[in-house]
Design a protein around this ligand. Structure first.
Ligand SMILES: Cc1cc2nc3c(=O)[nH]c(=O)nc-3n(C[C@H](O)[C@H](O)[C@H](O)COP(=O)(O)O)c2cc1C
Length: 211
C-alpha cells in the first residue's frame, strides 16, 4: 500500500511531458510548451494536459478528478432485499448547524434506487486496515457476515472498527448529471480518538503521511 506523501504530489505537478487541449478548447487555453533549449526543465506551473470536457474526455476527466486524494467511506442502509453497503469517496461535510453531509451516487449503480430512497443511512469513515471492506462494498452491496456490525432500530448496519460514523436521516437529494447528490442530516456521531484513515488517490489505496 503506497504512502501518500507531499513530495509525490509536488513532483507530479512539476513533471514534464506536455499535451494539449481536448475537443473545443480554444488555442489560448493550450499550455506553454518549453523550447528545446530548456532541456528537461519545465515551468513549475506547467500542466501536462489541458482540455475542455466533452464526449470523448471521460478518461482524462476521471483521471483529473482522481488527482484529488480523499478518504474512503462505506455507506450502509436497510433495503427491500436486506442490508446494503456502498463504497464511496465522494463524502463531504456540508454544514455544522444543522449538521449536514453529502455524497454523490451514480445513477448507473444497481444500488442507486435503494440508497436514493433510503430514509436512514450510516456513513463509515474507514481506517487504513479496512481496504478489503472498501473493495468488498465497491463490488457487492451484500455480505456483511465477514464484517462485525450491529443492526440499529431502523435496520441499518453499523460497522465496527471505523474511524468515524455518521448516522443520517435523508435530508434531500438532487439530480446532478449522471449522479444523485444525497444530503444527510446527521442524527448521531461516533468517533475514535486515534487511528489512521484509508486514503484513495489516483485509483490507489494508501495512507496519509504527515509532513
Ligand atoms: C474507492 C471507491 C470510491 C467510490 N466512490 C463512489 C462514489 O462516491 N459514488 C459512486 O456512485 N460510486 C463510487 N464508487 C463505485 C461504487 O462503489 C460501485 O462500485 C459502483 O457504483 C458500482 O455499483 P453497482 O455494483 O451497484 O452497480 C467508488 C468505488 C471505489 C472503489
Amino acid at each position: 500500500m503506497p504512502a501518500l506523501t507531499g513530495q509525490r504530489v509536488h513532483a507530479a505537478q512539476c513533471s514534464g511531458a506536455v499535451a494539449v487541449s481536448g475537443p473545443g478548447a480554444p488555442a489560448s487555453d493550450r499550455i506553454w510548451t518549453p523550447p528545446a533549449e530548456h532541456g528537461t526543465r519545465r515551468r513549475m506551473n506547467a500542466y501536462d494536459l489541458i482540455f475542455a470536457p466533452g464526449p470523448d474526455t471521460d478518461v482524462p476527466l476521471r483521471h483529473a478528478f482522481g488527482r484529488f486524494g480523499t478518504g474512503v467511506t462505506v455507506i450502509t442502509t436497510q433495503s427491500e432485499i436486506g442490508p446494503l453497503g456502498f463504497t464511496a469517496n465522494s463524502f463531504s461535510s456540508v454544514s455544522l448547524a444543522p449538521p449536514l453531509v453529502l455524497w454523490s451516487l451514480s445513477n448507473t449503480s444497481r444500488r442507486h434506487d435503494a440508497f436514493a430512497q433510503a430514509k436512514h443511512f450510516s456513513i463509515h469513515v474507514l481506517t487504513d486496515a479496512q481496504a478489503d471492506m472498501a473493495l468488498h462494498f465497491a463490488a457487492n452491496g451484500e455480505g456483511f457476515d465477514t464484517y462485525p456490525h450491529d443492526i440499529d432500530a431502523q435496520g441499518v448496519p453499523l460497522l465496527h472498527g471505523c474511524l468515524a460514523r455518521f448516522d443520517c436521516t435523508h435530508h434531500a437529494s438532487h439530480p446532478a448529471g449522471d449522479h444523485s447528490i444525497i444530503l444527510g442530516r446527521v442524527t448521531q456521531v461516533a468517533t475514535k480518538a486515534t487511528g489512521a484513515g484509508l486514503a484513495f488517490d489516483q485509483g490507489q489505496y494508501g495512507r496519509f503521511q504527515p509532513f
